[in-house]
Design a protein around this ligand. Structure first.
Ligand SMILES: [Zn+2]
Ligand SMILES: [Zn+2]
Length: 136
């Protein structure tokens, strides 16, 4: 890998990876599967060619759930702490990195939101809500 790689890890630190730019895409996904898998309003998915990605620790620990009805959808996660980890997309040569598990700034920023029509009925743009810098 040429440029300084970005790094990511799970909550317990057992699984670590690194990836290098340029990325193949970065977007929010509001589909119902991403809502379930993230437990949140949407996923933040960063895509990187598999050749620019490598596991640094814990690859053998990964628990893999490939959705039986999903062409692309999968959830790979750390069985120790439950953190969602990157997964190889079956239909492309890309890895999908859940951006929330990154430990470094990918510099790239999301460029669009997909499955907007499927967004959670309770979703509010964060800009519409009061903001606090600490727990409240
Ligand atoms: Zn973990
Ligand atoms: Zn999705």
């Amino acid at each position: 890998m040429s440029s300084t790689p970005i790094t990511g890890s799970c909550l317990c630190g057992s699984i670590k990876f690194e990836a290098a730019a340029p990325f193949a895409g970065f977007r929010y996904c509001h589909c119902s599967r991403c809502q379930k898998a993230s437990g949140s309003a949407h996923a933040a998915n960063l895509f990187v060619p598999e050749t620019q990605f490598k596991w640094v620790a814990g690859e053998a620990l990964l628990k893999r759930f490939d959705h039986p009805q999903g062409e692309r959808f999968a959830v790979w996660f750390c069985p120790e702490c439950g953190t969602r980890m990157p997964h190889k997309i079956k239909t492309t040569d890309n890895m999908l990195i859940p951006a929330g598990v990154l430990d470094t700034d990918p510099v790239a920023r999301p460029t669009n939101s997909i499955f907007w029509k499927s967004k959670a009925v309770w979703y509010h743009s964060p800009q519409e809500l009061p903001q606090f810098d600490e727990y409240k």
